[in-house]
Design a protein around this ligand. Structure first.
Ligand code: CO
Length: 150
């Protein structure tokens, strides 16, 4: 029974283009230099779940050099970032329930990690998105492109 299950699982994995080609994970790292380690990441809207992992490898506290990762369409991300400033650290510098924001992590400080998951179909293939840190003063340079494929 166990052998059969493994054989079946293997067949499913090999037979599905999703399993071999879809990128369903975004791994971002940042440090005390106010930048992400990547300028562009690609994910698939076909993913049942997309996981975004953010790691802060610096030493500074969240209130001094906090980072989060916010995803929003390219045409509205700057407005969402500007409005997020007023929302404050208690709201992770994102307006609560901001319809422009697809997903966002909490703000973390040096040595911390955080992770969020959201459905792939929250993103539209072919639509340009940005990921950015909405901490005050960071988003101007702490940003990258999120490419979404089918
Ligand atoms: Co930041």
């Amino acid at each position: 029974m166990r052998t059969r299950s493994i054989a079946f699982l293997t067949a499913v994995l090999l037979g599905s283009p999703l399993a071999v080609s879809a990128n369903c994970t975004i791994d971002l790292a940042s440090d005390d230099m106010m930048r992400f380690d990547q300028a562009s990441v690609t994910v698939s809207a076909s993913c049942p779940t997309i996981t975004l992992n953010l790691k802060h490898t610096g030493k500074l506290e969240a209130k001094v050099m906090g980072h989060n990762a916010v995803i929003a369409p390219s045409d509205v991300w700057q407005a969402a970032a500007q409005d997020g400033l007023k929302a404050g650290l208690e709201n992770d510098y994102v307006v609560p329930d901001d319809a422009r924001v697809v997903a966002h992590t909490k703000v973390i400080g040096g040595g911390e990690s955080t992770s969020i998951s959201f459905p792939g179909n929250a993103l539209k293939a072919g639509t340009p998105y940005m990921f950015f840190c909405s901490f005050p003063g960071h988003w101007a340079i702490m940003k990258g492109e999120l490419q979404v494929v089918e």
